[in-house]
Design a protein around this ligand. Structure first.
Ligand code: C2E
Ligand code: MG
Ligand code: MG
Ligand code: MG
Length: 287
């Protein structure tokens, strides 16, 4: 055992590690219970076309309302689930819930495509494509309704195995999106060989773009790369009208961010949808 990146006392021992471990174990135990106690729920964030302002799809994002701690952010509990076997069960639960919701929207005559996040472990699970398939059948939802978001880092953990699985999912008619693009190290060659249809520019670049021309150049380049590869390009974390206008001028296809809509429970999304009047015009935005 070697403690990383800290100056510590005897033999690299740091009592803070024990505290962290105990804390993590407690949270992990709670997370297992959360699944059966209905403490987990999904919120949905609109992905909006920068061409015509249409709502094309929503991204399902997991939320945990802990009975004592209150809201625990996914950045805290998803990694925990990933480091144990729990992520398999968790992703299955998310898919099951999201596809049930997709079915409800279909039945209401307001169909909506739905994006679900996946983890590295899901991509290494030989059964994953069958799991997804059986859930689609269970809910009577067409594969073309589902987008699976895969992060670059998850792909790169085992690119050969991950690619084979993505091929099988793609062959079923499911769309694959590369999430947080630019934050990892996918080569352009690898990108070209993957069965993907969408590229999401990591929100760190989108957010830094406002203050920094270098970051803006990265955003432009990624959008151009995506377009040249025939992919739909998405900017996530769009927070200002100015960023919206600039992204549109770069040829970005879709935007997702607080300036348009926050992630929200399905009932709120239904209300939001009924009131959505398309993108604000330049004059509405006060530009
Ligand atoms: P992600 O997939 O990249 O999701 C986008 C994140 O950006 C979400 O954070 C969303 O709430 C946030 N976001 C959207 N618009 C804005 C904006 O304008 N400004 C800012 N600052 N943030 C914005 P969230 O919901 O906290 O999720 C964080 C990450 O946790 C996700 O990043 C994803 O990697 C992971 N995650 C969430 N739900 C799931 C899930 O069901 N399964 C898996 N495997 N991962 C999930
Ligand atoms: Mg995502
Ligand atoms: Mg993302
Ligand atoms: Mg992210």
């Amino acid at each position: 055992y070697v403690a990383k990146g800290r100056s510590t006392g005897v033999a690299g021992y740091d009592p803070r590690d024990d505290v962290n471990t105990i804390e993590r174990l407690a949270l992990l135990g709670d997370l297992r219970r959360a699944l059966s106690n209905d403490e987990l729920f999904l919120v949905y964030q609109p992905k909006i076309s920068l061409t015509d302002g249409a709502l094309g799809s929503v991204e399902a994002l997991l939320r945990w309302r802990h009975p004592v701690r209150g809201m625990v952010p996914p950045d805290k509990f998803i990694p925990l689930a990933e480091n144990t076997g729990l992520i398999g069960t968790l992703t299955k639960h998310v898919l099951d819930t999201a596809l049930a919701q997709a079915r409800t929207w279909m039945d209401a005559g307001l169909p909506l495509n739905i994006a679900v996040n996946t983890s590295a472990r899901n991509l290494h699970d030989e059964e994953f494509d069958r799991t997804v398939r059986s859930l689609l059948i269970k809910h009577g939802v067409s594969p073309s309704t589902l987008i699976l978001e895969v992060t670059e880092s998850a792909l790169m953990a085992d690119p050969v195995r991950a690619t084979q699985l993505l091929e099988r999912l793609h062959a079923q008619g499911i769309s694959i999106s590369i999430d947080d693009f630019g934050a990892g190290y996918t080569s352009i060659k690898q990108l070209r060989n993957l069965p993907i249809s969408e590229l999401k520019v990591d929100r760190s670049f989108v957010q830094a773009m406002e203050q920094d021309e270098g970051e803006e150049l990265i955003v432009r380049s990624v959008i151009e790369l995506g377009r040249n590869l025939g992919l739909t390009t998405v900017a996530e974390g769009v927070e200002t009208p100015d960023a919206l206008v600039r992204l549109a001028s770069f040829g970005c296809d879709i935007a997702q961010g607080y300036v348009l809509a926050r992630p929200m429970p399905a009932e709120d999304l239904d209300r939001w949808r009924a009131e959505w009047r398309g993108l604000p015009t330049v004059s509405d935005a006060g530009l």
